[in-house]
Design a protein around this ligand. Structure first.
Ligand code: NAD
Ligand code: MLT
Length: 308
């Protein structure tokens, strides 16, 4: 019987589907070293974002036929090394778009109305009504960087909030943009026009530090940035400086270059920070586990997976 190693928590529905076809070990205690020791016994490996599936890890998996990423981003997996070893990588890209889109809208309104700051102040006994005046999102320009699954769902929701929506994507789906009332623009135009920028891009060489000091300085004075994509796409030190100098009005971050983060951005009063909760809804986790399990089962049975 095939053996599957699961190194991070995934939904019960997915585990049940896997157990029908293979022996499944859920090992949430593995260190990078013990992962290397364990791997030679397994035909499949399932991870979320914490486990780094490097070339060394893949090489240790001498029987591995497939790696499953229970989620969307595959930046924690060395895809070139997997390809070279003939190991397929499957993920669940359609499972958590709504969860991330809803969180993005929540963060935008949190920034607009200072919700976390005012909440914390009141819990600390401070009734500061005049300090926490906000602004309305209606009529403001939302700039979506990346216009894939998540950004499209954000656009759908932002439209209901009566925002103007512009988007940059090197391979934009013009028909979908038109349907959602989104205007395609260049990245430079988006950067200088948006009142709120929301990032929905993968972490790849072309997007690493895309929002560096120079690009942040091109943003409108007093504008806002939201990152529910990947930490590495914003230079966190430059972002800290942009908040500190007053150039930016605020930032909301669900993801960080290093998780958990340690930099000063975490405690900046104009920052809202979350511990990578984008996909953490009951609904998204159930769908993610089901989709990744389907992919693993398909590969182990010799069929082509839906998402590879
Ligand atoms: P997607 O593949 O549907 O969309 C990504 C889009 O980015 C694509 O349309 C692509 O063309 C575009 N893109 C690529 N390079 C670009 C560039 N240089 N500039 C602008 N656009 C570029 O992916 P998605 O489902 O929308 O997810 C986007 C990212 O969100 C994922 O890669 C993942 O890293 C992140 N994510 C985070 C969470 C979370 O928990 N916070 C959850 C799911 C996904
Ligand atoms: C993803 O890319 O799907 C996210 O990082 C969510 C997750 O891993 O939980």
């Amino acid at each position: 019987m095939d053996r599957i190693l699961v190194t991070e928590k995934i939904g019960a529905e997915g585990l049940a589907a896997l157990k029908e076809v293979a022996e499944v070990d859920v090992r949430l205690d593995l260190t990078p070293e013990t992962l290397l020791e364990a791997l030679p016994q397994y035909d499949a490996l399932i991870v979320r974002s914490q486990t780094k599936v490097t070339a060394k890890v893949l090489a240790a998996g001498t029987k591995l036929r497939v790696v499953g990423r229970a989620g969307t981003g595959v930046d924690n997996i060395d895809l070139a090394a997997a390809n070279q070893q003939g190991i397929l990588v499957v993920n669940a890209p359609a499972s958590n778009s709504i969860a991330v889109a809803e969180l993005t809208i929540g963060l935008m309104i949190g920034l607009a109305r200072n919700i976390p700051q005012a909440h914390t102040a009141l819990q600390n006994g401070k009734w500061e009504r005049s300090k926490y005046g906000g602004w309305e999102v209606r009529g403001k320009t939302l700039g979506l960087v990346g216009f894939g699954r998540i950004a499209s769902e954000v656009a759908r929701r932002a439209r209901a909030l009566e925002m103007n929506i512009i988007a940059y994507d090197p391979i934009i789906n013009a028909e979908r943009a038109a349907q959602l009332g989104v205007t395609p623009v260049t990245l430079d135009e988006l950067t200088s026009r948006a009142d709120v920028i929301s990032l929905h891009i993968p972490l790849i060489d072309a997007t690493r530090n895309l929002f560096d000091a120079q690009r942040l300085s091109q943003m409108k004075k007093g504008s806002y940035i939201i990152n529910c994509a990947r930490g590495g796409v914003i230079d966190e030190e430059a972002l800290f400086e942009a908040l500190e100098s007053g150039h930016l009005g605020g930032a909301a971050l669900d993801v960080f270059a290093k998780e958990p983060p340690t930099g000063p951005i975490v405690t900046h009063p104009k920052a809202i920070v979350l511990p990578h909760l984008g996909a953490s809804t009951e609904e998204a986790q159930a769908l993610t586990a089901a989709d990744v399990a389907e992919g693993i089962v398909d590969v182990l049975a010799g069929r082509s997976p839906r998402y590879a």
